[in-house]
Design a protein around this ligand. Sequence first.
Ligand code: MTE
Length: 389
Amino acid sequence: MTSRRSFIRGVSAVALAMKAGPLVFSWPPPAPQSGAIEMDGEDGLLIRSFRFVDLESPVEYFRTWLTPIPHFFVRNHMHEPSQLSAADWRLSIGGEVEKPLTLTAADLAKLEMHSVVNTLECAGNGRGFQRPQVPGIQWGKGAVGTAEFSGPRLRDVLERAGVSSSGKQVAFRGLDEVPGKVPPFIRSIPIEKALDPDTLVATHMNGAPLTKHHGFPARALTPGWIGAASCKWLTEIRVLDSEFAGNFMNPGYRLPNQPIMPGETVKPEDTHPVTSLAVKSVISGPPDGATLKPGGVVIAGAAWAGEAGITKVEISTDGGATWTLANFGQERARYAWRLWHHEWNAKPGDHSIRSRATDSQGRVQPATAVWNPSGYLYNAIDEVKVHVA
Ligand code: MTE
């Protein structure tokens, strides 16, 4: 049994640490894991696919508001461009515009820079937890990260070309190397989102030029939306009079308008594109399966909701029977996750720790995520199991 004195000692050490600065965690920092990858510029990420570069962050990394770039997940549908040079790179803007134009990296750098802290999450994050299972990369919890993206506003780039009144959607094309018969990575977003002052042609992440894995020399940044809306290695922006009709818009990245049962089919006209992210929280520690000492334990994590704001995160340490409000970290931005923590007096035994987020639209993280054939937007209440001895 934990003595009251040792618990108070534990909690007051945590409280002192919180007043004084960064949280003191009761579990060790992430150690290199089996399955972690050795790759230039990447640190401790988990390989989810060997075919292309698909790397997941261990959740233990989610203890800083901004995710360091070597810890940021990578999602590629095909091969990264083998040749990329800022000097030779061009960005063409065409379609439903008055003056089609081509910009160089130097032209782009002359436009006003704007920064947006954004939580970027792959639509398929958590797919590996969908039951029944669905095809696709079996992501765990870490196809998500938060960075400060900077670059000119897409609106300013489009204004230079002059969007015609027929322009309803803006399509992005990347420089990916397309294997065999796979269609190119082209997706479009509605003109309203494209003209939003926070939608960027991003050239920097966390103050440094984009790395190749994250879309050097420029990528779209569509804040609050699924990662697929933020096209990497941008080479062409095309204003269209309707949604782009290609594999990555349809059948890719669509949800049934009404929930369907596994095995049921859904007609394309009864689906819609996935746009904003769902309300979600994850526990970054203690790690699942940890054995902890009795006493003060900090439970920590992150919560986000796409275009909505997080209003509360609740924690349960008794398998969902009772819930307590978690405390938020100081740092916040419109499209960024909020870090949260909760101090727990851990008693000996086996425990199920859960986290549940609520957002400004009144959405609450559900006990079971809505099943869909591609496993998009998985957001069930998070759980880790620990043993206190
Ligand atoms: N852009 C291109 N050109 N090709 C891609 O395969 N993947 C998308 C998006 N942009 C992709 C892309 C998907 S599905 C996601 S989740 C994000 O990039 C991931 O961004 P990151 O690799 O910088 O984390």
